[in-house]
Design a protein around this ligand. Structure first.
Ligand SMILES: Cc1cc2nc3c(=O)[nH]c(=O)nc-3n(C[C@H](O)[C@H](O)[C@H](O)COP(=O)(O)OP(=O)(O)OC[C@H]3O[C@@H](n4cnc5c(N)ncnc54)[C@H](O)[C@@H]3O)c2cc1C
Length: 405
């Protein structure tokens, strides 16, 4: 059994890795466990918001993220029925409020790797992978994680606190026994990547295209050697089989709806179908175990908020654990963490990601027009546009979260 003078983090995704780095930098020994031998190069989060970049700067991560990523200051809403641009929102309005008034588009696994490279240079950071954490438990003074290695052997690690950064199906959340209220969207989402360049068609690097049946989100990520890859998110109808939705024919039909020209000319680099949920844990803490990231809340990807809010959970929590490590009473601080991060996850991330999705796929013609007109009006009014951009970039969420006592 290992020494208990450390914090255990279950999950070395973006949230676990960055949280572990920040704890080690603050002088707290940390062990991160993950079942994957290396970060998965799947097509998940691609968007780093200004509020996250501001928080990354003191960790020394931002320069490398800017070097590898694509700077994307403007995002676009389109109406696919009328084939017109409805609104564009410019993050440069945040100059003076953020040192990074733009989004950086960068694949999630590259963000993890940048944080991991920094963390592995820290003597207090310990990474154990590939291992499956099969059980966690706690007593008044300690936490334990049972960890199964690839050869089947199980060892127990002990620490003072345990952070569940183990994703949407979190074992830690289940162990705390808290609820995970919310719902699952009825449609499946197909995320497709292509090397076809959409830039020539008046698209920005982030685009949301509204349509009652065939809405889509299109964005550019760096790909290999900065060659550029476009990621396209399409909804699948309930009566379309999984096999059909994953076929070239289905994907090429979706491309043809977005772009003029020959859809057969595009190389399909990747495709992945998944269901999407909107859920928030009933409590982000159970005794000595605390939740952060997808373990605490999940949402649809429209707006690029899930990973960002998770990273901000982790960095908020680090400040509190440092005070606790130095002798502060844990309960007031960890109860404040729960209030700050859970309430704002509901008010901002859940509300905004649901509203974004409902604007994209609104079926009622009058309501649809009203929602699109509303976007148009907000984009044209500098005060309303700034408010919109603050919400979209999680600047408002960060500020409100910090203000909650
Ligand atoms: C298709 C898609 C697109 C998305 N796009 C965006 C976007 O543009 N912007 C955005 O902000 N968010 C986006 N998201 C959401 C984002 O990917 C997640 O919010 C983010 O991955 C959460 O990070 P995490 O570290 O909390 O959890 P995860 O990334 O899920 O990491 C959890 C880690 O824990 C490990 N683990 C879990 N259980 C165990 C166990 N028992 N033992 C050992 N290891 C374990 C896993 O191997 C994994 O590495 C998207 C998600 C999807 C699916």
């Amino acid at each position: 059994m290992s020494t208990n003078e450390r914090i255990l983090i279950i999950g070395g995704g973006p949230v676990g890795t960055v949280t572990g780095l920040a704890l080690a930098r603050a002088g707290i020994p940390v062990t991160v466990f993950d079942r994957l031998p290396v970060p998965a190069a799947d097509h998940r989060a691609a968007t780093l918001q200004p509020s996250t970049l501001d928080l990354f700067a003191p960790l020394g991560l931002t320069d490398e993220i800017l070097r590898q990523g694509i700077e994307s200051p403007v995002f676009q809403w389109r109406d696919r029925i009328r084939d017109e641009i409805v609104a564009e929102f410019d993050y440069r309005m945040l100059a003076g409020e953020s040192d990074y008034p733009y989004v950086i588009q960068l694949e999630q696994h590259k963000t993890i790797q940048i944080a991991l490279d920094a963390a592995l240079a820290e003597p207090l950071f310990n990474l154990v992978r590939p291992v499956d954490v099969v059980a966690v438990r706690q007593d008044a003074d300690w936490v334990e994680a049972d960890v199964r290695r690839e050869d089947g052997s199980v060892e127990t690690h002990r620490g003072r606190w345990l952070i569940g950064c183990d994703g949407g199906r979190s074992l830690v959340r289940k162990s705390i026994g808290t609820s995970f209220e919310g719902f699952t969207w009825s449609e499946r989402f197909n995320i497709v990547a292509t090397n076809k360049d959409f830039e020539g068609y008046n698209f920005r690097y982030r685009n949301y295209c509204a349509h009652p049946d065939r809405w889509c989100a299109l964005m550019k990520v760096p790909g290999e050697n900065h060659a550029g890859v476009w990621r396209c998110l399409f909804p699948a109808h309930e009566d379309e089989s999984d096999e059909y939705v994953m076929s070239d024919a289905w994907i090429r039909a979706r491309f043809a709806e977005c772009l003029p020209g020959d859809p057969d000319g595009f190389e399909i680099i990747h495709r992945n179908m998944y269901t999407v949920q909107q859920r928030v844990a009933g409590n982000f803490r159970g005794g000595r175990m605390i939740l952060a990231g997808d373990a605490a809340h999940v949402n649809n990807p429209v707006g690029g908020m899930g990973m960002n809010s998770g990273l901000q959970d982790g960095l908020n929590l680090v400040g509190k654990l440092v005070e606790i490590w130095q002798g502060a009473a844990p309960d007031p601080l960890l109860e404040r963490y729960d209030r700050q991060r859970r309430l704002t996850a509901i008010k901002y991330v859940q509300a905004q990601s649901i509203a974004n999705k409902k604007t994209l796929d609104e079926r009622d013609p009058a309501l649809r027009q009203q929602k699109l007109d509303d976007l148009r009006r907000q984009a044209a009014d500098p005060v309303a546009a700034l408010e919109f951009v603050r919400r979209a970039s999680l600047v408002s969420m960060y500020r409100e979260s910090e203000s909650i006592q």
